[in-house]
Design a binder for this molecule. Structure first.
Ligand SMILES: [Zn+2]
Length: 203
């Protein structure tokens, strides 16, 4: 999915990710557009740093986050209660402004016969967060991925985040967080399960 320029090599002579000239030039144009001089000393290396940083922010395009859920464990010792990973910090990029989205997510599921290593839930979040996103879609994608791969009885994902496009520009309201949630299965249909997961999430 990543754009490959005709002259693309993987690495430059310093061993860093190669950045095609046309990408460097595009960033110089943005710097000029913003009102500064891309040739001045402090900015000369900025286009390359910027370009490499963006490949890193968008690393999620290079993976299918579902792979992290392919290895499951059926030996759960009779455990049939909610599994919850709370307040996982993450960063993403808003697709409307390419500004940072910084927040935390709580991910819960009610297993049916199989569980995954707990860090895998954070990996799924990271995979979808490392793309250009809107918070609503990120929330839904994480929930759907767990639903499809683990086929649990229920999934709940709650994300709370601040958006750079709102805190640093536009209405400039630092400290204001946006909350989104997606529930599936019993956390959607059964009021008692729903109440339990929401209270475990501390909301
Ligand atoms: Zn935005």
């Amino acid at each position: 999915m990543n754009y490959i320029a005709p002259d693309a090599r993987l690495f430059d002579k310093d061993g860093k990710l190669f950045v095609p000239e046309e990408v460097l030039d595009a960033v110089r144009k943005i710097i000029r557009w913003a009102g500064d001089d891309p040739e001045r000393e402090g900015l000369v290396e900025t286009p390359a740093r910027f370009a490499r940083a963006w490949r890193e922010y968008c690393q999620g395009y290079e993976e299918d986050p579902g792979v992290h859920l392919s290895r499951t464990f059926e030996e759960v010792g009779g455990y049939d209660e909610i599994v919850l990973l709370r307040d996982i910090p993450f960063q993403s990029q808003c697709e409307h402004h390419m500004a940072p989205i910084v927040g935390k997510a709580s991910i819960a599921y009610l297993p049916k016969n199989r569980v995954v290593g707990i860090s895998k839930l954070a990996r799924v979040l990271q995979g979808y967060a490392s793309r250009l996103q809107v918070q609503e879609r990120l929330t839904a994608e994480v929930a759907q991925c767990i639903w499809d791969h683990l086929q649990p009885l229920g999934v709940a994902v709650v994300i709370e985040a601040q958006h750079g496009c709102m805190t640093g520009r536009g209405v400039r309201t630092p400290g204001v967080a946006m909350v989104t949630s997606r529930t599936l299965g019993c956390f959607l249909d059964d009021p008692i399960s729903r109440k339990e997961v929401i209270s475990l999430m501390g909301r």
